[in-house]
Design a protein around this ligand. Sequence first.
Ligand code: MN
Length: 744
Amino acid sequence: MLTVDQFLKKIDKLDEDFDQKRIKLAYDYAANAHEGQKRYSGEPYITHPLQVAYRLLDFSPDEDMIVAALLHDVSEDTEKTLDDIEDAFGPSVRNLVRGLEKLSKVRSRIDEPAIENLRKMFVSMAADIRVILIKLCDRWHNMETLGHVRPEKQKRIAKETLDIYVPIASRLGIYRIKSELEDLCFQYVYPDYYDHIHEQLKDFTKQSSKFLSKLESTLTKFLTSEGYNVSISSRMKTSYSIYRKLRRKGKSNVDDIFDVFALRIVLPTVLGSSGAEDNGELYKVLGVIHSKWTPLANRFKDYVAVPKPNGYRSLHTTVIGLGPKEYNKPVEIQLRTEKMHQEAEFGVASHLVYKETGGNSAKSWFMEKIARRPKKQVLESQISWVKALDQLQSEISNNAEFIENLQVDLFNDRIFVLTPDGEVKDLPFGATPIDFAYAIHTDIGNRCHMAKVNGSVVPLDAELRSGQVVEILTKKKGEPNQYWLSFVKTASAKNKIKNYFKGKDSEKNTREGRDLLNKYLERIGKPVLDSDYSILKFFGGNRLTVSEREKVLEEIGLGMILPSQVVKAVFPLEDLLTSNQQIKTVRKSKKSKKKVIPKEVLVDGLKDLPVKFASCCKPRIGDPIDGFITRGNSITVHKSNCKIFNSSEKDRRIGVSWAHMSANTKYRVNLVVELEDRIGLLRDLTMVVSNAGVNIVDISLQRSTSETVKLRHFILEVDSYEQLENLMSKIERIDNIISVKKID
Ligand code: MN
């Protein structure tokens, strides 16, 4: 067990003039306040803050951070208040502890998406980045002791850590904490995969111990003979990153990937005469290695010239022929300097000199630091991080779509592509030339006409990859295409495209919206819009005037709502899957044959709540309905268009829906599929259907022309409209399928 003496000794070794007495005082203060409290493990509570502060010491903390780490649970879990802390240790420590307390309230709950918490976390984070570093150490120790926590809590906490803390550690470039957390979470969040990979890894480690040392010594001997004095170690990929890699590749065996481990060569940091880093040696060693062993062409990555956005720098290469006979797979080698190694382990913390902060926000403090430092290039990645943070904050709103986009941007891996001038653009994984064009300039995006990647023309929705040089060709009078919205990956491109269309002639949007909706209606076998757009009469719980209905069409045209959303809102499910399509798969008795569906209603999605049906409008099954909470706290169900309901108090209304789409109800639908015949198409089609868990009742072909074929009777049994809709989009995506329609 870690003792306070060991802790103080480690502080002593740090080359800092800390006031040891004050730190010891903070420890005694916390130990005293937590007196009698125990951790789940049964250990005295003080072991936890001590561990947190001890871990923090690796991140070159300032004195207040160490004090705050020791006191971090005091104000929340003991009699002592923030005021007491301020009296004893000053306002700066108080602010840190308060920040930590705020963060500890950020918990992901089942009813609240984790991403919402992430947002809050960022806001707090910008207030003082020191809080985040302490919090990461706090979570690190808590994860390490998670085994003592009740099992039902374990998974929630681990998931939260994976969703919130890991991305932040990664964004800050703190690989040491990131990989520790990932591995600790993995076993709780995905126990099955964890066991699977862990088992294999155990075998792998057993076998690899023999050849790993051979690999290391071969490489060392060779480099020494070439006159380089280097230190070589090997590094195993964490089980969680192996899991992720396997999933990405669709594989399941550790043997299927050859970078389970990497050899790591660390060279001394060399400073040139100007004081800037000179990394020439690094490239020389790389060249020597490449001249001896053949590198795999597509596996070389120069994160020194183009660092990752979180600041990570290293050269990665994979060579063939280095291994001994018993291991003849390609071997990954990573080269970095001492300095790069420090930065990779400690990320943003390796650049910080906390003493220079004026207790201000992280941003101004960063900016101040940047201004003082001569070696700007080192900090470039940090600047971009600060910029990103700044942008995040200014964009933060309660806009659900924004939050969704944020999730995409933050959680996916990043790629780095270059402009023809060599400027690096940092984009989310899967980004397309359109995203790239908008990242350069809104106007370039709007007028984007063609894209070239490494000199050849590519489709505008091509997935870009790191290291590619992308050139955008614009058209003078070019304009964005609605279709782009379906594939762009960045929130900013999406917003810019939408803004463009918002600014355009609304008549055109309305027209386009009408066409889109009509197309969709046709697809599902419904009559198209009439001149009054009467299907939109009741929409979103309101009765709409004709001009309001046009507004809905305009929004469809703008891409703000999807035709499918509208259709689901205006047609009761009963109508989308008509009752004559309904078949009973469970027949109880002859008597129940008549009573097809019980008149059951879900209140706010919940079953079995007592409801009454209003006598004013007498809702029937399938009608659009709404609920009203009466004075006596029972729920009355009205038709959505009921006058009495619509004049009722708004805050007593509650969402209700028909519950009859239960598991034992199936619907029989007829699709018409037009296709260009090719070998295996029918097999592909039936495969997609059966993979969706849908039963095929009947299928018959009709040849319309020599090339196209129609499936006239393609009769399926589905559980719900959602299932049908999903299936139809899947079918549409099969090669050589021309169209899919549902007919009544
Ligand atoms: Mn804690």
